[in-house]
Design a protein around this ligand. Structure first.
Ligand SMILES: Nc1nc2c(ncn2[C@@H]2O[C@H](COP(=O)(O)OP(=O)(O)OP(=O)(O)O)[C@@H](O)[C@H]2O)c(=O)[nH]1
Ligand SMILES: [Mg+2]
Length: 633
């Protein structure tokens, strides 16, 4: 696994935020540095180091590192290793931190303080941010700050990272010069058994923390009434899985039914815009580029923004509430059947956004075999870039009919497509299980955080970031490829006296017809074959490309027609189903392959992934096409 380091702020003292998973390090980091890194209510959100800059109260600039959470300094998974390497000064391209802010979850002192003692032993100057004191107070915990500071021999500040409380106190504290000098001789490099015996240290720390909590009167068990009561339903062996299925099903329903109005609006606006520009501009290649290329292509993708946002709205709520690790727990048994554990659930779920963060999140998996399998199947999860392709085809071919109980048929089809991706991922994992022996039998050790009400601010921020990502894609790669495709599809001009649409004589037309030889057996026409190529760089481009190709193929005057009716008239149902099957497996996008290479440290895995996905896609489309034809569709 390679580490990428980007130094935004060279030089300056380096402060690292270290703590158990889910204790609020990133929330504090965002407060201190004004960043917008992802915060969510489960362990393992941050999997790589992120750098920011903060000013102390006296205006001294500091570099701040946000790190993945760690339970101890003996890493058991690649994300923990990132943190431990930084603390030992082994991280590539990064100096050892000059000071560590140990972030401590005040509601889980027993576990959190053990790490503080271990970090303190490293000899790096250290302060403690006692975070989540709001929750601790709600639970009736009274923590004596001075007492804790005395016991630990470290300065302690109270913080509520999500509200910003305590950030100022921390900035002021960091101005104290004597803080930056360590008393202990620092141990740079490998920890050797001569210096430490991990087992003795761990047992010693356990005893020490027990003593501290006893002396501070904090050793009573803290009941977590509300979360426990909710879990009695959520983790119930029958109700739990049923609830999970209902939640997922409702999400896909909402993606279609809620998005209808905003989509119609965007669609109408794009059509109006195309007609307006078309009516006002003189005929010529520039008009064609703007109307057939940019507006028909990019507008075609833009329509799907509402659906993407609705999907993310639900994912963000699930992330913030603390439900995700419960779902992982529920699915542990099923995942065990295909040789994975519940740990793979969150990386796979993240892949619904995009396979890239999903593959990165696989760093939280401690078993190397499981991690690799998770990386290989992550691209089978339906990423949000595939949503436009699905939505276009469903919109064109599946009637908007309401079934019993107000359930929308289109939502059901979308759900089935997502399910097809999940089931094939499980199948591939099962096949891989037959070839790779599993190490030891492991039980799932996963932390179940307390439930939170999702904070509107975080959800809003998360959605806004999605909008920005989408706009950047639309304005960048999608627009670029659309324009390129327009050129290829417009030149050379048709010979004099040609009868077909001009595109048929263009470079793209010829390429499409050559490719159609390969794709003819699975029912793709030359227009689809063209669209598949730029779709490798970004899957949505398949939609914008179809928009451009069809806009240029039409010989009629009203070229700015919406894509959906065009393809619903032009394609057979068998072709549409075949293309849907193709996109369930959709031979990977190039940036996913690059990420697999980075995370696995070689070309073997990305090649294997691309190969098996291509074969699966072709076979699935072939079967779908011929079965549909046989059924007379
Ligand atoms: N009530 C309360 N919630 C907090 C506080 N700080 C963080 N949170 C919430 O705790 C959860 C975890 O916060 P993160 O900042 O993602 O935690 P992290 O330590 O970076 O977690 P990892 O990256 O997984 O190691 C989120 O749901 C936050 O909104 C706090 O002081 N009070
Ligand atoms: Mg974090």
């Amino acid at each position: 696994m390679n580490q990428q380091v980007v130094h935004f702020f060279k030089g300056g003292p380096l402060v690292a935020l270290v703590g158990n998973p889910n204790c609020g390090k990133t929330a504090l980091f965002n407060r201190l540095t004004g960043s917008h890194q992802k915060v969510a209510n489960y362990a393992g959100v941050t999997v790589e180091r992120k750098e920011g800059k903060m000013l102390t109260s006296q205006g001294k600039p500091l570099r701040v590192l946000d790190l993945p959470g760690a339970y101890s300094l003996h890493p058991r998974s690649p994300d923990e290793a990132v943190t431990v390497n930084v603390l030992y000064g082994r991280a590539q391209g990064e100096k050892r931190p000059d000071l560590v802010v140990c972030v401590v979850d005040a509601t889980h002192l027993r576990r959190n303080l053990r790490l503080v003692l271990a970090v303190k032993r490293l000899g790096i100057p250290c302060v403690v941010a006692l975070n989540m004191v709001d929750l601790a107070e709600k639970q009736g915990l009274k923590i004596d700050l001075d007492g804790l500071s005395r016991e630990l021999g470290l300065p302690v500040v109270k913080t509520v990272a999500i509200a910003g409380d305590g950030a100022q106190a921390l900035r002021t504290l960091l101005d104290q010069q004597n803080l930056w000098k360590s008393g202990v001789e620092s141990l740079v490099g490998e920890p050797t058994s001569l210096v430490h015996n991990p087992e003795l240290d761990a047992r010693g720390d356990h005893e020490a923390v027990k003593g501290i909590l006893e002396r501070l009167n904090l050793d009573g068990l803290m009941p977590q009434h509300t979360s426990d009561r909710i879990d009695r339903v959520v983790l119930h062996p029958v109700l739990g899985p049923a609830l999970l299925a209902i939640i997922l099903f409702l999400i896909f329903q909402a993606v279609f039914s809620w998005a209808k109005a905003p989509m119609d609006f965007i669609d109408a606006t794009a059509t109006q815009l195309g007609m307006w520009v078309g009516g006002w501009m003189p005929d010529g290649w520039f008009k064609s580029l703007l109307v057939d290329g940019v507006i028909a292509g990019v507008g075609g993708v833009f329509v799907f923004l509402p659906q993407i946002l609705i999907l993310f709205f639900f994912i963000l709520i699930l992330e913030e509430s603390g439900y995700l690790p419960r779902a992982a727990f529920l699915l542990d048994r099923i995942m065990g059947g295909v040789g994975l554990s519940g740990r793979s659930f969150i990386p796979l779920l993240s892949s619904f956004a995009c396979a890239i963060p999903g593959i990165m999140a696989a760093r939280t998996i401690n078993n190397p075999r499981d991690r690799l399998v998770t990386i290989l199947i992550a691209p089978l999860m339906t990423c949000s870039a595939r949503l436009p392709v699905y939505a276009l085809l469903i919109g064109a071919f599946v009637p908007a009919r309401t079934l019993w109980g107000g359930v929308e048929l289109q939502g059901v089809v979308l759900f089935v497509l997502y399910l097809a991706g999940i089931l094939s991922a499980m199948l591939v994992a099962w096949v891989l299980k037959q070839f790779t022996t599993r190490g030891q039998v492991r039980s799932l050790m996963m932390e179940l955080p307390s439930y939170h009400w999702p904070r509107l601010w975080n959800v809003g921020l998360g959605l806004w970031q999605r909008v920005l990502i989408f706009l950047r894609r639309v304005g960048g790669i999608i627009l670029g490829l659309t324009i390129l495709l327009w050129f290829l599809a417009s030149f050379p001009a048709p010979p004099v006296g040609a009868t077909g649409a001009p595109i048929e004589y263009s470079m793209a037309g010829m390429l499409g017809k050559a490719l159609a030889v390969v794709f003819h057996p699975i029912g793709f026409n030359w227009q689809i074959s063209i669209a598949l190529v730029p779709g490798l760089a970004a899957r949505e481009v398949a939609v914008s490309s179809l928009g451009t190709v069809y806009a240029l193929s039409s010989t009629a005057e009203d070229t700015a027609q919406a894509l959906m009716p065009l393809i619903s008239q032009g394609w057979s149902l068998a072709t549409a189903f075949s293309l849907l099957a193709w996109y369930v497996f959709a031979p990977m996008c190039l940036s996913t392959l690059a990420t697999i290479r980075r995370e696995t440290g070689g070309w073997a895995m990305p090649m294997a992934a691309a190969g098996y996905l291509f074969i699966l896609a072709y076979v699935a489309s072939f079967i779908t096409y011929h079965v549909s034809l046989a059924l007379g569709l």
